[in-house]
Ligand binder design. Structure first.
Ligand SMILES: C[S@@+](CC[C@H](N)C(=O)[O-])C[C@H]1O[C@@H](n2cnc3c(N)ncnc32)[C@H](O)[C@@H]1O
Length: 240
């Protein structure tokens, strides 16, 4: 029997003008996202994120910036009967995610339209918060609110696992070790004029964000090359 996927809209009237950068910079291009993701071998990134999160049977997992549901799908594969909530402001991506996730057989899924600054789950309700390639879409002030929200929604002992661009580019001209900060709007795969926030992640920015919010043991557990940059995997936990 196909999985039941609940769809909720949690955008408040005062948030309806809140801007966001969709997965391919422009909403209309979203049908191509999964093709690009497959072509770029992103399944490895989703698998690695979920491995590092160490999700157990029946656990509650929130996927922030879930887009078309690729990471959520990997979460459902990882353990039986997991309860997944996917959050994204892009309704088109969520509808696509729903179509994909209905094909899974086990677990529970709720997809919520909303923003990273207000997580749509109760206090201390989640065993894990996960997120892939979404933080660089979120401006610094909203990321700070997200980090505080992660502390609120994680149960004691729960963990957050994030994969996002590390914010440095290996030089394309052979200077492999030369690093430079990425200027907003220069992320490959995003059109001109689209503003990304990779630079916030540079020099341990994700670890700093999570630590400042009160999470513990925030550390980078690995890297993976992607689009001329590298993706860093960071995990932190809420103290038991
Ligand atoms: C590159 S896509 C990644 C999607 C998915 N996590 C994946 O790895 O395939 C970035 C996602 O972040 C979402 N996003 C942008 N701004 C956001 C915000 N303020 N809060 C939550 N998600 C946001 C976009 O709509 C998009 O789906």
């Amino acid at each position: 029997m196909p999985l039941e996927v609940r769809m909720l809209d949690d955008v408040r009237p005062d948030e309806s003008a809140h801007e966001f950068l969709p997965g391919m910079s422009r909403g209309g291009l979203m049908p191509w996202y999964d093709l690009v993701a497959r072509f770029r071998g992103l399944s490895r990134l989703y698998r690695r994120t979920v491995e590092l999160a160490q999700i157990g049977p029946g656990q509650h997992v929130l996927d922030v910036g879930c887009g078309t549901g690729n990471l959520s799908r990997e979460v459902l594969r990882a353990a039986p009967e997991v309860v997944v909530t996917g959050l994204d402001p892009d309704g088109d991506s969520l509808r696509r995610a729903a179509r994909k996730l209905r094909r899974r057989r086990r677990g529970e899924v709720t997809l919520v339209r909303g923003f990273a600054h207000r997580l749509p789950v109760p206090d201390a309700s989640q065993d894990h918060v996960v997120s892939s390639l979404a933080l660089h879409h979120v401006p610094a002030d909203e990321k700070e609110r997200l980090a505080a929200e992660i502390v609120r929604v994680l149960r004691p002992g729960g963990s957050v696992t994030v994969a996002d661009f590390a914010g440095d580019h290996a030089s394309r001209h052979g200077h492999e070790n030369q690093r430079r900060h990425v200027e907003p709007g220069h992320r490959p795969g995003h059109g001109p004029g689209s503003r990304t926030h990779d630079a916030d992640n540079a020099d341990g920015g994700i670890e700093r964000l999570l630590t400042t919010a009160g999470l513990h043991d925030a550390r980078a557990l690995g890297r993976m090359p992607l689009l001329g940059d590298s993706v860093v995997f960071v995990r932190a936990r809420r103290l038991a």
